[in-house]
Design a protein around this ligand. Structure first.
Ligand SMILES: Nc1nc2c(ncn2[C@@H]2O[C@H](COP(=O)(O)OP(=O)(O)O)[C@@H](O)[C@H]2O)c(=O)[nH]1
Ligand SMILES: [Mg+2]
Length: 325
């Protein structure tokens, strides 16, 4: 048997609920610093307990507000909660989805809450991998629930949706353009629909429309997505929303779907990490090489187009052992 390597200090700090250590490790994970590998390895046996709940939907529907409302509810129930905001909308500033427009009402001394925003820039294809690792850090830290907010741009939501075991798709009464986002794959990932802002007119109609759509759309499992109405302004429907999330989590456990989904998630993660390593290695292999410089000279002189240059690099460096057809 392989001897277990010693547990790194940073991993011990996470298990001891050291918030500063958690923040530092998250930064390393975000930067795809491979140095965290031994820490993640040591923490892995301490993970798998947190419920990971995604909230997604178009910008401005009230996801952050709902996260805030759910936080109050969960904290009252004594649950420790981690929140991750994944923000594809501000690629340049790396600004946060959480805690800027919507004030989170939290007691700074409350150690049962941890927030983090992650910008989606700088994760070429690896955003889900980074998010999964951050979730795992929060899980090892002892968070019982991790809420994952993504800011509604279709592909990113679907990608991040694959990280959560239950996904809430948030919409508002006047569906309008948002029906488009349902077409962009959000409908398929929804386990629960939340019609937020039900203090505005039209909520009943939107909920009925969604329920009808749910009834018409076949799913690969036996879960029938629930449709709930909520208003963070009135404070209504938050209990129902959480009850619907818990019902789905319970369904996953009793039906065996959790294990199946978990295996799918783990497969996606391993493959994504594999892709990330291959990419990094393959690019590093040619970066700054005389061959690349020579090709660039050709491209610059317009004797070769960029795509042909990339093809040439690929052919010479990575396709050698493949039999030619
Ligand atoms: N009328 C109404 N407005 C809400 C409700 N929940 C959130 N809002 C408002 O909707 C806007 C966007 O909320 P936010 O939580 O940032 O949405 P996000 O972009 O989906 O995270 C803010 O101005 C909120 O005050 C609600 O239940 N009713
Ligand atoms: Mg938000």
């Amino acid at each position: 048997m392989r001897r277990r390597p010693p547990v790194p200090a940073a991993a011990r700090a996470i298990l001891a609920r050291d918030r500063l250590a958690l923040a530092r490790l998250i930064t390393k994970v975000e930067n795809r610093d491979h140095g965290v590998a031994p820490v993640l390895q040591a923490l892995y046996p301490h993970t798998g307990r947190a419920a990971v709940i995604g909230l997604t939907g178009p910008l401005g529907v009230g996801k952050s507000s709902l996260v805030n409302s759910l936080l109050q509810l969960l904290r009252k129930a004594g649950k420790r909660v981690g929140v991750i905001g994944v923000d594809p909308s501000s690629p340049f500033s790396g600004g946060s989805v959480l805690g800027d427009r919507i004030r989170i009402d939290r007691d700074p001394a409350d150690t049962g809450i941890f927030f983090r925003s992650m910008a989606s820039r700088g994760h070429p294809g690896g955003l889900a991998a980074a998010t999964r690792e951050v979730v795992r850090l929060l899980d090892a830290f002892g968070m019982e629930v991790v809420l994952l907010e993504t800011a509604g741009t279709g592909q990113v939501d679907v990608e991040i949706g694959a990280v959560a075991s239950t996904n809430v798709v948030v919409l508002v009464p006047h569906l309008g353009d948002e029906v488009q986002s349902l077409k962009a794959g959000l409908f398929e990932i929804a386990d629960v629909f939340c019609v937020n802002k039900c203090d505005l007119p039209g909520a009943d109609g939107a909920a009925r429309y969604l329920a009808e759509l749910v009834g018409l759309t076949p799913r690969s499992d036996a879960w029938r997505p629930r449709v709930v109405q909520a208003s963070t302004v009135l404070g209504t429907g938050i209990d129902e929303l959480w009850a619907a999330v818990e019902a789905h989590e319970a369904y996953l456990r009793t039906s065996g779907s959790f294990e199946k989904g978990n295996r799918t998630r783990l497969e996606a993660e391993v493959l994504e990490l594999y892709r990330e390593r291959i990419l990094a290695g393959a690019v590093a292999q040619v970066e700054g090489s005389p061959e690349l410089r020579r090709l660039l000279d050709e491209v610059e002189a317009r004797r070769l187009d960029p795509r042909a240059a990339a093809d040439s690099l690929y052919e010479r460096n990575h396709a050698r052992r493949r039999p030619r057809s």
